[in-house]
Design a protein around this ligand. Structure first.
Ligand SMILES: *[C@@H]1O[C@H](CO)[C@@H](O)[C@H](O)[C@H]1NC(C)=O
Ligand SMILES: *[C@@H]1O[C@H](CO)[C@@H](O)[C@H](O)[C@H]1NC(C)=O
Ligand SMILES: *[C@@H]1O[C@H](CO)[C@@H](O)[C@H](O)[C@H]1NC(C)=O
Ligand SMILES: *[C@@H]1O[C@H](CO)[C@@H](O)[C@H](O)[C@H]1NC(C)=O
Length: 455
């Protein structure tokens, strides 16, 4: 799987689907060897584990109301079979790969920024929900009812089960609507903050059901950013009482350069028959995609994108992470400028410390987009040149470890970074050495568990 682009990029790239499917095949038989029976803490039991997936690992259901105005007849009738209350699978649904239906998918996935309310909303006539919150089932199976196609967190969950964890007792899942993000202080984020509150309650009840032992949060990719915000937005006594450790896998703390490619050109990751521009327009509307653009604090003045079409007086125009509003304007996404400037930039400018011990597992040594050169054709053409650097294939090394090194300077903050050579952004969920590390960390926390009272 090394070097494959992956799920961070807001999976709505249809291609991600293929990555997920192929991952599930290569997973057969994987992972088991990493399982050891986790120490039961001298009879006191285990610390509960809460799994927080990355963007594409979540599943969304939708239903359409009278307000829905489909762009085609196909979209009016698709999907022909719907569940109780009219709910059907929106993400992940393989029909996204069929060209006429890609359009239906895109118009239903799309968010819009409501300037009056200063918040993001679903498209008119589209209601969405995340089912099975608290359970790991939607993280483990592409179809939780059939349980045939395994989802991307299945190996990790199975490894924990082999080590003695049990679904619903001390193992939980916290899926979310990955299209939405969070915003800086003073800006509402109805969907994102409701998720944080749900997650907070899940962590508290997991702890209460497990002898008062605080939870271990295991978060992949975008899930790490949500987990960090949960911690930063909770008082220190809450953190100390409820969270034993944050374990992040491939967390894109400072965003990724690949995200600029997604915004400019769309990102079908090379899958045929998918209209990149259609996917691009949908991907642009996702608030979490704005969140994943390269952060100025991490990428500084480094030139990330050059455009020969936008040069003044025949020259080139260069964009660093500090030029993101200009970049959004130049790619023709004016609607994104204000939400980025007001909501996202203040959020990514100050990356708070987790305030609980943290272990960051990061893949390195996989070619990762580091800069892009666009030619005379501008941003509607694919880049003329793509320069690769170090990272996990999706997230740049600077973003994976830069902010973590800054936390390490703080005496109160316990930080551990585990580098996994040649492990890709999503491959980390399937990689034997990564799974062994996760078990090692959880094991050592559980060995300390005797000091908690059962009350
Ligand atoms: C980045 O660019 C700004 C403005 O051009 C400059 O003031 C600043 O010193 C530069 N920072 C670094 C680290 O080079
Ligand atoms: C613009 O950038 C391209 C690619 O980096 C380079 O080859 C070219 O010389 C530059 N042109 C100018 C006028 O800077
Ligand atoms: C990018 O930002 C730098 C420093 O903040 C500024 O000097 C430069 O003009 C900006 N470039 C564009 C294309 O906006
Ligand atoms: C276990 O407890 C010891 C002593 O209090 C502490 O130093 C160590 O960091 C703890 N280990 C973990 C994984 O929490």
């Amino acid at each position: 799987m090394e070097g494959r682009p992956s799920l961070l990029a807001l999976a709505p790239a249809a291609a991600t689907v293929v990555v997920m499917l192929s991952l599930s095949c290569s997973w057969c038989g994987g992972g088991a060897s990493a399982a050891r029976v986790i120490a039961a803490g001298g009879g006191a039991g285990r610390h509960p584990v809460v799994l927080i997936p990355g963007a594409g690992g979540n599943q969304l259901e939708a239903r359409l109301t009278d307000e829905y105005r489909p762009c085609s007849l196909a979209c009016r009738v698709w999907p022909p079979v719907r569940g109780r209350g009219g709910w059907f699978r929106l993400w992940f649904d393989p029909s996204v790969l069929l060209a006429p239906l890609t359009r239906c998918f895109a118009e239903r996935m799309m968010l819009r920024y409501d300037a009056g309310a200063d918040d993001f909303r679903n498209a008119p006539g589209v209601e969405t929900r995340v089912s099975d919150f608290g359970s790991t089932s939607t993280l483990r199976y592409l179809d939780p009812n059939l349980k045939i196609l395994t989802g991307y967190m299945n190996t990790l969950a199975s490894t924990l089960e082999k080590a003695g964890y049990e679904e619903g007792r001390d193992l939980f899942g916290a899926p979310y609507d990955f299209r939405y993000g969070l915003a800086g202080p003073g800006h509402p984020s109805a969907v994102g903050t409701a998720y944080l509150q749900r997650l907070r309650l899940l962590v508290e009840s997991a702890r209460a059901a497990n002898g008062g032992r605080p939870a271990i949060l295991v978060a992949h990719s975008l899930g790490g950013l949500f987990a960090l915000q949960l911690l930063a937005r909770s008082p220190a006594p809450w953190r100390a009482a409820n969270v034993a450790r944050l374990v992040t896998l491939s967390a894109p703390w400072g965003g990724s350069v690949q995200e600029m490619l997604t915004f400019a050109s769309g990102n079908t990751l090379g899958v045929p028959f998918v209209d990149a521009s259609l996917i691009r327009d949908e991907q642009r509307t996702s608030e979490s995609n704005l969140w994943l653009l390269p952060a100025p604090g991490v990428f500084g003045n480094t030139t990330l994108v050059v455009s020969r079409a936008h040069g003044d007086g025949g020259g080139n125009r260069s964009y660093s992470a500090k030029n993101m509003t200009q970049f959004l304007r130049d790619i023709g996404f004016e609607e994104g400028v204000e939400p980025y400037r007001a909501r996202i930039r203040p959020l990514v400018e100050a990356l708070p410390e987790p305030g609980v011990p943290v272990t960051c597992l990061v893949g390195t040594g996989v070619d990762t987009v580091e800069s892009l050169v666009y030619g005379e054709g501008g941003f509607d053409e694919p880049p003329e040149e793509v320069v690769y650097g170090d990272g996990d294939g999706t997230v740049n090394l600077a973003s994976l470890v830069g902010p973590v090194k800054a936390w390490a300077d703080s005496p109160a903050q316990v930080v551990e970074v585990v580098e996994l050579p040649k492990v890709s952004h999503s491959g980390i969920l399937n990689d034997k050495s990564a799974l062994e590390q996760i078990i090692r960390i959880i094991d050592s926390i559980n060995l300390n568990a005797t000091s908690y009272q059962t009350s």
